[in-house]
Design a protein around this ligand. Structure first.
Ligand SMILES: [Zn+2]
Length: 229
C-alpha cells in the first residue's frame, strides 16, 4: 500500500481533531422535552454593557426568563450586568473566555478558554455555569473531556433566526414564531455576532415575545426546560 505523503499528515490530524470532533456534537443538547409549551431563549456573545440591560428590561416586561451564554472576558468587564441577569432569574452559561474559534485552538488553549470562563462565571454569579455553548457551534476533540470534568453539557439550538447574515428584525421575529414548537431552544445574540445584531434583536424581541406568549409558550431558562417537570 502506498504511504500518504508526510506533508499531508498535519492537515489530516487537524481534520480529525477539529472537523472530526463534530461527531460528538451528535450528543449535544439541541432541544428540550416536547411535553409542555415551554421554550428556551438563549442569548450569545454578551454581556454588552449598553444593549444587554435593555434586553433584560424587555424580558422582564414580558415575564420571560432566559439563558445568557456569556463570553468570560466580557462578563469580567461588565460584572454588574451579569449579576443583574441572575437577580432577575435568568441563567448564565459559558461561551468561552474570548469567543475563540475552537477549530484553531490546541488542547491546552481549549481547556483554558472553557475553564477560565467557567471559573469567572462561578465567581461572578456565586454558582458554576451548568451549560456550555461553543462559539459558532464549532468544537474540537479536547472540548468534550473538559466539559465532562466541569459537568457542563454542550448546548446547541433547534432554531436560529439569524445565522451568519443579518436578518431584518420583523423577519427574525417571524422566523421564530413560524418555527417555534414545544421544547425549542432559540439562538439569539445580545452582542456583536453578526454586525448590528444587538440593535436588530432589540427591535425583534417585543413582537417575538408577544407572539410566543399569544401562542401559549412560557420562556424559561435552559435548566428548567431540560429538567423533568
Ligand atoms: Zn458566539
Amino acid at each position: 500500500m502506498r504511504q500518504l505523503p508526510l506533508w499531508l499528515l498535519p492537515g489530516a490530524l487537524w481534520v480529525g481533531y477539529a472537523a472530526g470532533a463534530h461527531v460528538f456534537t451528535l450528543t449535544a443538547i439541541r432541544r428540550g422535552p416536547r411535553g409542555a409549551h415551554r421554550v428556551a431563549l438563549t442569548f450569545d456573545d454578551g454581556p454588552d454593557p449598553v444593549n444587554t440591560p435593555k434586553v433584560l428590561d424587555l424580558l422582564g416586561d414580558a415575564g420571560a426568563r432566559a439563558t445568557f451564554f456569556v463570553v468570560g472576558e466580557r462578563a469580567a468587564s461588565a460584572p454588574d450586568v451579569v449579576r443583574e441577569m441572575v437577580a432577575r432569574g435568568h441563567e448564565v452559561g459559558n461561551h468561552t473566555w474570548s469567543h475563540a474559534n475552537l477549530w484553531f485552538c490546541g488542547p491546552r488553549r481549549t481547556e483554558r478558554e472553557i475553564a477560565r470562563a467557567h471559573e469567572a462565571i462561578a465567581e461572578l454569579t456565586g454558582r458554576p455555569p451548568r451549560f456550555f455553548r461553543p462559539p459558532w457551534g464549532m468544537v474540537n476533540l479536547a472540548v468534550f473531556p473538559t466539559l465532562r470534568r466541569l459537568g457542563t453539557p454542550c448546548v446547541l439550538w433547534s432554531l436560529q433566526p439569524e445565522g451568519l447574515r443579518p436578518v431584518a428584525p420583523q423577519e427574525m421575529a417571524s422566523r421564530v414564531l413560524r418555527g417555534i414548537e414545544p421544547g425549542a431552544i432559540v439562538d439569539l445574540h445580545d452582542a456583536e455576532g453578526v454586525p448590528g445584531a444587538p440593535g436588530r434583536l432589540l427591535e425583534a424581541l417585543p413582537p417575538m415575545l408577544e407572539g410566543l406568549s399569544a401562542a401559549g409558550y412560557a420562556c424559561v431558562p435552559l435548566g428548567e426546560l431540560l429538567s423533568p417537570a
